[in-house]
Design a protein around this ligand. Structure first.
Ligand code: ASP
Length: 296
């Protein structure tokens, strides 16, 4: 049973702010990402390639807060982060504090494949990207009037997250993988790192349990070690995937004040998409099925 699930972030627009046209654009973006990953799984490709392709598709869509659509830092720059994990051997790659790299998830994958290190930050990560000929884009590519407006609003409120992206998959061979990518929080301090690039907090995959990608208030997901906790509840407490996701997202995170959600797939191909926020852009597709997408 192969399957893929994606998210485009918790903390969605209020229903009344979402016109039918915009809603359809979001759903279409999710379907495109699902299909980018699914077509790899369908041709018996690897879960690792499928999650990378799905996340790269969302990074190229300016509706989502990752890659092209990344939010602004307080200094009116973009600092992106991403991670990817292979459940078959627990190998992983991660990057944070990077600027101008078109697809942060591809850089994370390149770190996984080619670096002796697992996690690269800032200039060192960008140098590694150049050495490996990954595409860069000028600042303009990441600019959007809407994101700039969000920064101005956010200056009088607390830093806000919306639209981080992620994917989890199980392939034909039963291997699991997860990937997450984000621009972080609007109006964040430069140098702030969230949960998305942290293995165990925002991303985790293990063939003996499940693959997880999180979205929400990063600081809380780090404190809860949320992605790994879901896996650990399967491994050590014998909870089902649904019970584990509900425990972490609906009980443990709210208890410390954390808002957000997670998508997860287990070794039987069960998919869960649980959130405690007003919604989560999300969708999945299982072997021989059609894509299923939703927001609220
Ligand atoms: N988790 C992300 C962060 O804290 C934000 C989000 O998921 O929207 O950077």
């Amino acid at each position: 049973m192969y399957a893929i699930a994606v998210h485009g972030g918790a903390g969605v627009k209020e229903r009344k702010e979402l016109s039918p046209e915009l809603e359809e654009r979001y759903l279409q973006g999710l379907r495109q990402a699902i299909n980018a990953g699914y077509s790899i799984l369908e041709s018996r490709g690897r879960a690792l390639d499928a999650v990378e392709a799905a996340v790269a598709s969302l990074e190229n869509n300016d509706l989502f807060n990752a890659g092209k659509g990344s939010v602004f830092t307080a200094d009116e720059t973009h600092e992106m982060e991403a991670s990817i994990m292979n459940g078959s051997n627990l190998d992983a790659g991660a990057v944070c504090g990077i600027r101008n790299v078109r697809n942060p998830v591809r850089l994370a994958r390149t770190v996984l494949e080619k670096s002796i290190h697992l996690f690269l930050a800032g200039r060192g990560a960008e140098k590694f990207a150049r050495e490996n000929n990954l595409p860069f884009e000028p600042d303009d590519y990441f600019y959007s009037a809407e994101r700039y407006q969000q920064l101005r609003v956010s200056k009088i409120l607390k830093p806000q997250g919306t639209g981080t992206v992620g994917a989890v998959a199980i392939d034909f061979s039963g291997n699991l993988a997860a990937a997450t990518s984000t621009g972080g929080l609007t109006n964040k301090n430069y140098g702030r790192v969230g949960d998305s690039p942290l293995i165990g907090a925002g991303t985790y995959a293990n063939n003996s349990t499940c693959a997880v990608s999180c979205t929400g208030d990063g600081e809380y997901f780090i404190r809860a070690v949320a992605a790994y906790d879901i896996s650990a509840l399967l491994e050590y407490s014998g909870l089902s995937l649904r019970e584990a996701c509900e425990k972490v997202i609906l009980e443990k995170l709210p208890a410390i004040g954390g808002e957000g959600g997670a998508i997860a797939v287990d070794i039987e191909g069960n998919i869960e998409m649980i959130f405690n926020s007003n919604g989560m852009y999300r969708g999945y597709r299982k072997e021989n099925g059609a894509p299923v997408v939703s927001i609220y």
